[in-house]
Design a protein around this ligand. Structure first.
Ligand code: PLP
Length: 458
């Protein structure tokens, strides 16, 4: 990616001292890191002054762009007043209570409660622990197993990684842990059998889930976890009737439904939450990323009243809820999240994401009409994917060693566009503040990169 770096440069010190997330160490040493120095709106700038439009909002998270003054001021005001306090042992703050109330209201979890953590992984792990308490409090302590789906991404801590349905999250660590199971991914493009329509496909997915539950024993299953729309697994939108059918199976066997809204939440899919886009009715929701536009590491679990009641009844003999993070309800994170939500409301994030999403989708659909390698364009709101294929008619993927997705990423990078290849699915999840000009810019850079890829592969 870069020239050999002088020995005291950021790049060489980074290579010498820093273990990166989700990075191949050998490639990093050979190619060097990309040093990002500043951002503005949807754009970031590297140390050489090159600018990129970041159509991934960092990691699906910087919904309000890279240098939002109001968020910075909200953080600063709070730092000057109270730089830290915790929420253990009955402590709280005005903004903590306000954010909890706001999240319960926004998510429609009426009568429920919000719990704070600092990362998406922690929020997902918290939902697992709450599911265990819920069943134990109702006299069903054997209900412990969690069912996730193939191609799911739920985080990097041990239970969260176990719930991922992506082999690269398990390979080095001997995961998943026992008791973390996986069922089929609802991908119409890749999962439907020849001659199968969507109704039959959904029926097969539901039957497969039921078979897994019966094989394991319904008395051992605590919860099912799902992203409304798979993000890191390749922007997979389930068929319209999927969640209704799946939830009927869950209800039949007294299994909780956990909603990982970490990417889909706060307008991303053209609704406040992804659950509305796909018709999911969860018992708990995990929120992060867009919650603070990623300006502070804060996450939350919003739970239905019956989950809180279980915690309450479990501890009725005087025990305390034995869970908590130092930074749960950190005052600065809470202040930033409240300001982010105020901005989402003022800008009417839902209609904006729908309008900008439709415009970007229109550009991609147009590209797909003429490109020989665009197999499918999919997604909702500003969460869109393009699957590239060797043969559009037969949906034949490119040979893995051709690394078509990675090649696209490289062309895009040269063209000043940050997208995200997930295998051969190209992901787009730009900041939600993008305007028409930004959308057209992303589409133009994407079209140029696709044409370069077509030429390279032909
Ligand atoms: N869930 C989903 C859907 C995610 O995309 C991610 C992160 O990308 C996580 C959970 C984990 O969040 P974190 O990295 O904050 O732990």
């Amino acid at each position: 990616m870069h020239q050999a770096a002088p020995s005291n440069s950021v790049a060489s010190r980074d290579i010498a001292f820093h273990l990166h997330s989700q990075t191949n160490p050998k490639l990093l040493e050979e190619a060097g890191p990309l040093v990002i120095t500043r951002g503005e709106g949807a754009r970031i700038y590297d140390a050489d002054g090159k600018s990129y439009i970041d159509a991934m909002a960092g990691l699906w998270c910087v919904s309000l762009g890279f240098a939002n003054r109001r968020l910075a001021e909200a953080a600063n005001r709070q730092y000057e007043e109270l730089g830290f306090y915790h929420t253990f042992f009955h402590r709280t703050g005005e903004a903590v209570a306000e954010l909890a109330e706001k999240l319960v209201e926004l998510t429609g979890m009426s009568g429920g409660k919000a719990y704070f953590a600092t990362s998406g992984s922690e929020a997902n792990e918290t939902m697992v622990k709450l599911a265990w308490i819920y069943h134990a409090a109702r006299g069903k302590p054997s209900k412990r197993k969690i069912i996730a789906r193939d191609k799911a991404f739920h985080g990097s801590t041990i239970a969260a990684a176990s719930m991922c349905g992506l082999p690269f999250m398990h390979r080095e660590f001997g995961l998943p842990l026992p008791g973390f199971l996986h069922t089929l991914c609802p991908s119409p493009y890749r999962g439907m059998l020849p001659g199968e329509d969507e109704t039959a496909f959904v029926e097969r997915l539901a039957n497969e889930l039921e078979r897994l539950i019966l094989r394991e024993g319904p008395e051992t299953i605590a919860a099912f976890i799902a992203e409304p729309i798979h993000a890191g697994g390749g922007i997979i939108v389930p068929p319209a009737s999927y969640f209704e059918r799946i939830q009927a199976v869950l209800t039949k066997y007294d299994i909780l439904c956990l909603d990982d809204e970490i990417v889909c939440g706060f307008g991303r899919t053209g609704n406040w939450f992804g659950k509305e886009t796909v018709g999911m009715r969860p018992h708990m929701m995990a929120l992060a990323k867009g919650l603070s536009s990623a300006y502070f590491p804060i996450s939350a679990v919003v739970m239905a009243p019956e989950i809180y009641d279980a915690v309450h009844s479990f501890n009725r003999q005087g025990g305390a809820f034995g869970h908590g993070f130092t930074n749960s309800g950190h005052p600065v994170g809470v202040a930033v999240a409240l300001e982010a939500i105020r901005i989402y409301e003022e800008m009417d994030v839902v209609s904006h994401a729908r309008r900008m999403g439709a415009r970007l989708r229109g550009h991609f659909d147009e590209m797909a009409r003429t490109s020989p390698i665009i197999g499918e364009v999919r997604g909702e709101g500003l969460m869109l994917g393009i699957e590239i294929v060797a043969d559009k008619q037969t949906r034949t993927p490119f040979a893995p060693d051709c690394q078509a997705g990675l090649l696209f990423d490289r062309f895009a990078y040269d063209n000043g566009l940050v997208a995200r290849c997930m295998g051969d699915v190209l992901g787009f999840s730009p900041p939600l503040i993008i305007d028409e000009k930004d959308v057209d810019d992303i589409a133009e850079r994407c079209a140029v990169s696709i044409r370069q890829l077509e030429a390279h592969l032909s």
